[in-house]
Write a protein that binds this ligand. Structure first.
Ligand SMILES: *Cc1c(COP(=O)(O)O)cnc(C)c1O
Length: 446
């Protein structure tokens, strides 16, 4: 896979280079020079396949020549070791049969597990080839840190240092960051998520630190996080066919930075039949504004119930629009966009819970469900799939308040709150962060 920067169409880098640099120096985003459709044979055999096999086939299709096939298959089989079931939703009066694709069965109970685990496998492989070690710095407001912590836990050549804002992540999220030990350490910052990000940025600008320790980010725009998110769109289609559907599905994607939706467009470029993509957002509606007016105006983000989607300037937007041909019409043809308030989100969660059978939506997935229904009322009443991006238990307090009932923890989160938590308080002190990074570096070399 050769990649180029969206700011310089003539540039070329290898997959390995794109994985370790994450962002091109010209501030564009890496995209594959070309994405070929998967062979006929793949689509013919799809009904007998499964998520793991699909993941291996797609990775080989995209990354042949970058990593030997046997190593690729091993990396993928290790990363994608949990299912993504397509679950029927109760049929709502006047609407077609809809489904949720549950991307919540991985270790952190959110879809970001796919990207983090794949990226961990790929980076670990390249580092081993090079005889190098790496420290990954992550600032998190919640979900990303949990997925990265779990995804890189146990890696023998990568350490993870996580910065999170004290008192501003949920109990479960904090436990996900602080109970892993070994190669994952957590630093509690007495400030906001922006303070965490600022400290991480300062580390990357610190020439002295960079001369002494090899540090990198697990940025959400890394191409290695995008690729594995295409796997489950294709596996969703396999399950969609197995349930008796024949027409292509609509995919409704709860969106913040638009990585997940971009991965769907990548899957479509590989030959996946898709009726239309629905971009579902909360009050952070920059992309909805573009779809409606043709004007793209980034905003500062506002806080909502679906906080993993509180993004006013989506970092994958350039990738998405480039893949869709960069015209307003091209965009609208493939993407229907809608935004919803927290009140609407809460109402949708209660509605889902009253259905027979009930479905417990987390706030993000509820926004996806709202958008799918609006699309079906306004555009075409064709059946669709909502991407279930997080398990409701990750937002326990909100979900229990809204539904007025207790929500059970999924198996991978059970017992988590009882485990001892280890973290270091660093105030908002860069010197403390630097000291910690150098300690991790020294400990691993000794
Ligand atoms: C990160 C996240 C999103 C947004 O995904 P993008 O790829 O940034 O659009 C949606 N829901 C949940 C639960 C998330 O953690």
């Amino acid at each position: 896979m050769e990649l180029y920067s969206t700011n310089d169409p003539s540039s070329r880098v290898s997959f390995q280079e794109a994985v370790f640099t994450a962002l091109p120096k010209d501030n564009g985003l890496y995209l594959p020079v070309s994405v070929e459709p998967l062979p006929q044979e793949f689509w013919r055999k799809l009904p007998e396949s499964n998520l793991r096999q699909i993941s291996i086939d797609v990775t080989e299709h995209l990354l042949a020549g970058e990593i030997p096939m046997a190593d690729l298959a091993r990396i993928v089989a290790t990363a994608i070791d949990f299912p993504a079931p397509l679950v029927r939703l109760a049929r709502v009066e006047g609407a077609p049969q809809n489904y949720v694709l549950e991307l919540t069965h991985g270790p952190s109970a959110a879809f970001k597990d796919f990207g983090a685990r794949f990226m961990s496998g790929v980076m670990g492989y390249f580092l081993k080839q090079r005889g190098e070690r790496l420290i990954i710095l992550v600032a998190t407001s919640g979900d990303t840190g949990g997925a990265v912590a779990a995804g890189f836990h146990g890696s023998d050549n990568i350490d993870v240092v996580i910065l999170y804002p004290k008192g501003r992540v949920s109990n479960i999220q904090e436990a996900q960051l602080t109970t892993l030990s070994n190669n994952v350490t957590a630093l509690r910052v007495d400030g906001s998520f922006d303070d965490c990000q600022r400290l991480v940025k300062q580390a990357f600008l610190d020439g002295d630190l960079r001369a002494r320790a090899h540090i990198s980010s697990a940025n959400s725009i890394n191409i290695a996080r995008l690729i594995p998110q295409s796997f489950y769109y294709i596996d969703a289609y396999r399950q969609w066919l197995a349930d008796g559907n024949t027409a292509p599905p609509v995919f409704s994607v709860p969106s913040g930075n638009f990585g997940n939706l971009t991965a769907g467009v990548l899957a479509e470029a590989m030959g996946l039949p898709v009726a239309r993509f629905v971009a579902a957002t909360n009050a952070n509606d920059t992309v909805v504004g573009y779809a409606n007016t043709g004007e793209y105006t980034p905003k500062t983000s506002v806080a909502t119930l679906s906080n993993a989607m509180d993004v006013g300037s989506p970092s994958n937007y350039v990738r998405l629009s480039t893949l869709l041909g960069s015209t307003w019409n091209g965009f609208r043809e493939r993407v229907y966009a809608a935004s919803f308030t927290d009140e609407e989100t809460e109402a949708e969660m209660r509605l889902g819970f009253r259905q027979n059978p009930p479905y417990v939506f987390d706030p993000h997935t509820a926004v996806g469900s709202l958008a799918l229904h609006r699309y079906q009322r306004q555009e075409r009443a064709t059946g669709g799939i909502v991407l279930g991006t997080a398990h409701a238990a990750k937002f326990l307090d909100d979900v229990e308040r809204i539904l007025g009932t207790e929500v059970g923890l999924p198996p991978q989160l059970q017992g988590l709150l009882d485990k001892p938590q280890t973290y270091e308080d660093i105030g908002v002190d860069y010197a403390a962060l630097k000291r910690h990074i150098l300690e991790v570096h020294a400990a691993r070399r000794g």
